[in-house]
Each structure stands twice: as structure tokens, then as C-alpha cells.
Design a binder for this molecule. Structure first.
Ligand code: AMP
Ligand code: ZN
Length: 503
């Protein structure tokens, strides 16, 4: 057991499991173990998905700033996630297989991004790379830990999922049915339904169309869900004690969370609101059923859905955006990041182009302030701790179930009148850098506009020299050059400051 942070901040999060705001207390001192349901890599992730992922990143960064060591794991689902995943027992077609069919069609018109659309591994590899690319642009820290902390489901079938299913059978929580498939027995786990409210009685009654009919004959209870599907025709298949086949979607996250975080009970589990049922309900049953612990994750945090211009995002409405759709319009990915985190995670977020404009201007203000502080501070460095009044208020807002609008109000109040809150530009810069540990919107250029040894710095100095020598033609041409290079150029008392312009 390690120590808790020196002066622990009182953190409260809403827990979907208890339906209440609860104090956050990690199991193991200052170590936090967190699992986030990640992308299914059969297509580009959309901005709705990224709302869930940016939220997980903000949560991690906040806990880090508050003094915790966060082990974050986000999975890559490359097998087993079905097209009708809102059903208790899964239904439809494996999403990767469906993508293979779709891309084979696209290939006929030359529009498939992979060489062989029949190969789901190629599809998964292509869309995993695309996801990581987008995730890095959006400043998600987990993307830089891809090799160790972003497990691919296909790599854990033999080592973790099959052993977990065996354990569930041994513990009498799972059975092999007459159709050869392995199902989890929901009746063996009385707590089933606690997270979502979909209790066994409700499921027996069909739970508003949330159980599928096709497997009913083989199952003991209509809510029993698939752990292993024997299927020799499936494109991604593994040997197992129950025949060649593939795992259910839910078992992936239970198995990977335990394998990679190396904990039976973790502190935080996140996902979008659609993950509550059946996915997370089933994860709890599997994890507790196999480890024997009464808990899988202490805190369950779910992001509400993102809407686009007030409507549900859908391809047919044409309001379905990927990150690249927006960056192709010239929108800076950091502005998308800001837009996705600025509303409270537990309210629906309405994505609008007006919102993007406001986000761009907010990011511009924060960056501009940082550049000014940096230019004025020169080489002076003033260390700042979490008990600095501005940092403290920022953290207290986030500690209140991640009240981002409150935290952002602190940021803008500060940059509007920095002198009110700090002893000078070096302290102001240090404060802003601390806040940016969570926000993640500053570029290196912002905080080193004229103190680094980059091109802009050299040009700013040349411009100041030209002005000092009253060579205004030369000064104008250097200024134009900076603008061409994508900088906003400002004259301050301390000299020229160049800030990288947002798209
Ligand atoms: P998927 O790739 O479908 O497994 O989804 C990845 C993550 O995105 C899951 O945690 C979903 O709950 C979440 N998600 C999907 N659509 C939205 C949306 N419109 N708004 C917020 N989160 C979403
Ligand atoms: Zn999951």
C-alpha cells in the first residue's frame, strides 16, 4: 500500500452503480487503476466515440494533477462485437465480418482503404492506425502508450478469455448449451441488473425488446449471454475446449482489464451511456463470477451521448463526423478536443459549428495568454504548487464530479486578469501550464514563443532589430514571413511575440 497524495483533494464522482455522487477513494493509496472501453476498429471513430475517449483522458489527467499515479487501459475491439449490441445476448453479425463485406463492395469501386477487404486483420490494423492518429492529434495520452496499455482483443483470446470462460464454467456461472455455445448463466449471479436496472425478471419479460429470440431454445434464461461461439466459418477463429470459434464481446473487456491492469478489482471503469447495458452489466457478472470478488470496478462513470445540431448523429442524416471530416474543413484537432470536453460529461452534448467557433476562440485566448506570459517571463521560472489559489479552485471544480464549466470559468477569470491572481508573468505561466496538464490545449510554441531556439524566435528577434534600426521595410517583410508561416504576430512592450495560428 502506498501513500495517498500529501494533501488529498476531496474528490466526488457520480457512480452509475449506486446512482449517487460518492467520494472517490482508490483501493491502493495513490495508485488508480482505470479501464476505458475503447474503439471497435471496423471504421473511423466518430466524434461521439471521441467524446467518451476525451472524457477518459481528462479524468486521467485530472487525477494525475491531483497527485495520483494512474494506470489507464483502453482496449481495441477487433473481434466479437456484434451489430445488434444493444441486446442482452448480442445479436446480428460480428462487426468486423460486416465491415469485410462492406469493404469488399467498396473495393469494386476502388474505395476500400485496405488491400484485401476479406482479411479482417487488415481492416483492424488500418482502422487502429487511423484511430491512434486521431487520438494523438486530440492529445489523448493513452495513444502514446499504445504498445503496453491498449490491448487488442484478438491478442488475448488464448491467454486470457478462454481461461476466464473455463473458470466461469468451473464456478458454475457458465454452461455449454445444446447449440454448442458457452453462455453465462444470469440466474447464477443474483446481482445481475444492479448497474442498469435490467433485472432477471425484466429480462425474462423481454426487457423492452432487449433479448434476442434466435438462441432462446438453447439457453436456460432469456438473458443468458454468449461467452464463446463455436463457428468454423468465422473469419477470425481460435481453438478452444468448446470447438473452433470466437469469443463474445463482453468477455473481452473483463479478461483484458484483469490481464493488463493485473488487478481483480479496479478503481474506475468508463464508457459511453450505451455501454451500461448489456456490456458493463455483463462485464460485472463475468469478472465477479470468475474472481469471486463482490466488486469488479468501484466507480462506474458513463458519458452521455453527443448529439449533432440537436439531432442523433447518423450517417443518413449527413451529420455524422469523423475527426478527419472536421480537420479536412481546416479545424484544429485541439479545438475539437476543447469542444468535446467543455460540457459536463453527464449531460448530452450538442455539437455545433457555432460551438466549434467558440471553442476556437477559447483555445486562441488560452494560447495567446500563455505566449504573452512566456514572452514577458523570459528566463524567469516561478514554481507553482497545487495550493496556488487558481490551481486549487480549478482542481476543486474538477473534484466536484468533473465540473468542467466551473473549471473553465476559473481559467478565463485568471487569464482575463492575471495580475489579480499572481505576482508576475513567470508565476502566471506556471499556473497556466499546471491547468494545461488537464486541458491539453497548449502547444510548445505557446509557452516558448520567443524563448525557444525555433524559427519564430529567430524571426521575432530579427524583426525587433530591424525596428530598432528603423528599417521598417525589413521589419514588414519579416512580419509577413511570420504570418506566412502561420503565426499571429503581436508587438508587446517586451518585443515581438509570435503565436501559432489556429486553423
Ligand atoms: P464502439 O466503437 O461502438 O464500441 O464505441 C466506443 C465508445 O464510444 C463506447 O464507449 C461508446 O459508448 C461510445 N459512444 C458511441 N457513440 C457515442 C456518442 N454519440 N456519444 C458519446 N459516446 C459514444
Ligand atoms: Zn468494453
Amino acid at each position: 500500500m502506498t501513500d495517498t497524495p500529501d494533501k488529498p483533494l476531496k474528490i466526488n464522482f457520480y457512480n452509475t452503480l449506486s446512482h449517487a455522487v460518492e467520494p472517490f477513494q482508490p483501493i491502493d493509496g495513490r495508485n488508480v487503476y482505470m479501464y476505458n472501453c475503447g474503439p471497435t476498429v471496423y471504421d473511423y471513430a466518430h466524434i461521439g466515440n471521441f467524446r467518451a475517449f476525451v472524457f477518459a483522458d481528462i479524468l486521467r489527467r485530472f487525477l494525475e494533477l491531483a497527485g495520483y499515479d494512474v494506470s489507464q487501459v483502453m482496449n481495441i475491439t477487433d473481434v466479437g462485437h456484434m451489430t445488434e449490441d444493444n441486446l442482452a445476448d448480442g445479436g446480428g453479425e460480428d462487426k468486423m465480418e460486416a465491415a469485410a463485406t462492406r469493404l469488399k463492395e467498396a473495393k469494386k469501386s476502388g474505395a476500400a482503404p485496405v488491400e484485401n477487404p476479406d482479411d479482417p486483420y487488415q481492416i483492424a490494423a488500418y482502422f487502429t492506425d487511423a484511430f491512434l492518429d486521431d487520438a494523438k492529434k486530440l492529445g489523448l495520452k493513452i495513444a502514446t502508450e499504445h504498445d503496453t496499455h491498449m490491448p487488442h482483443a484478438t491478442a488475448f483470446v488464448q491467454s486470457a478469455m478462454i481461461p476466464m470462460i473455463e473458470k466461469l464454467i468451473a464456478n458454475e456461472h457458465a454452461y455449454v448449451a445444446d447449440d454448442g455455445a458457452v453462455y453465462f448463466s444470469v440466474e447464477s449471479f443474483p446481482a445481475y441488473g444492479k448497474l442498469s436496472g435490467n433485472t432477471l425478471e425484466k429480462l425474462r419479460g423481454g426487457a423492452g425488446g432487449r433479448v434476442e429470440d434466435s438462441h432462446q431454445a438453447a439457453k436456460r434464461h432469456p438473458g443468458d449471454f454468449l461467452l464463446w461461439k463455436p463457428d468454423t466459418t468465422h473469419k477470425m477463429k481460435w481453438d478452444s475446449p468448446w470447438g473452433v470459434g470466437y469469443p463474445g464481446w463482453h468477455i473481452e473487456c473483463s479478461a483484458m482489464a484483469r490481464s493488463v491492469l493485473k488487478q481483480d478489482v479496479i478503481d474506475i471503469h468508463t464508457g459511453g451511456e450505451d455501454n451500461i447495458f448489456p456490456h458493463h452489466e455483463c462485464e460485472i457478472a463475468q469478472s465477479c463470477g470468475s474472481t469471486g470478488h463482490a466488486q469488479f470496478a468501484k466507480h462506474w462513470l458513463h458519458t452521455r451521448f453527443l448529439l449533432v445540431e440537436g439531432k442523433k448523429m447518423s450517417k443518413s442524416k449527413g451529420n455524422f463526423y469523423t475527426i478527419r471530416d472536421l480537420t479536412d474543413k481546416g479545424i484544429d484537432p485541439v479545438v475539437i478536443r476543447y469542444e468535446l470536453f467543455k460540457a459536463h460529461y453527464r449531460s448530452n452534448m450538442n455539437f455545433t459549428m457555432k460551438g466549434i467557433e467558440d471553442a476556437a476562440s477559447a483555445v486562441q485566448k488560452i494560447r495567446g495568454a500563455a505566449a504573452n506570459f512566456a514572452a514577458q517571463a523570459g528566463d524567469e521560472v516561478t514554481p507553482v504548487e497545487n495550493d496556488h489559489p487558481v490551481v486549487k479552485r480549478f482542481l476543486e471544480n474538477l473534484a466536484d464530479d468533473l465540473n468542467m464549466s466551473g473549471a473553465l470559468a476559473v481559467v478565463f477569470e485568471f487569464i482575463h486578469d492575471p495580475a489579480e491572481h499572481s505576482s508576475g508573468p513567470a508565476e502566471s505561466l506556471a499556473v497556466l501550464k499546471k491547468l494545461d496538464h488537464v486541458l491539453g490545449v497548449l502547444l510548445k510554441d505557446d509557452v516558448a514563443a520567443t524563448s525557444g531556439h525555433d524559427e519564430a524566435e529567430v524571426l521575432c528577434k530579427q524583426l525587433d532589430e530591424a525596428r530598432a534600426n528603423k528599417d521598417y521595410a525589413a521589419a514588414d517583410s519579416i512580419r509577413d514571413k511570420l504570418i506566412d508561416l502561420g503565426y499571429d504576430v503581436k508587438t508587446t512592450k517586451e518585443g515581438t511575440v509570435a503565436t501559432k495560428r489556429l486553423a
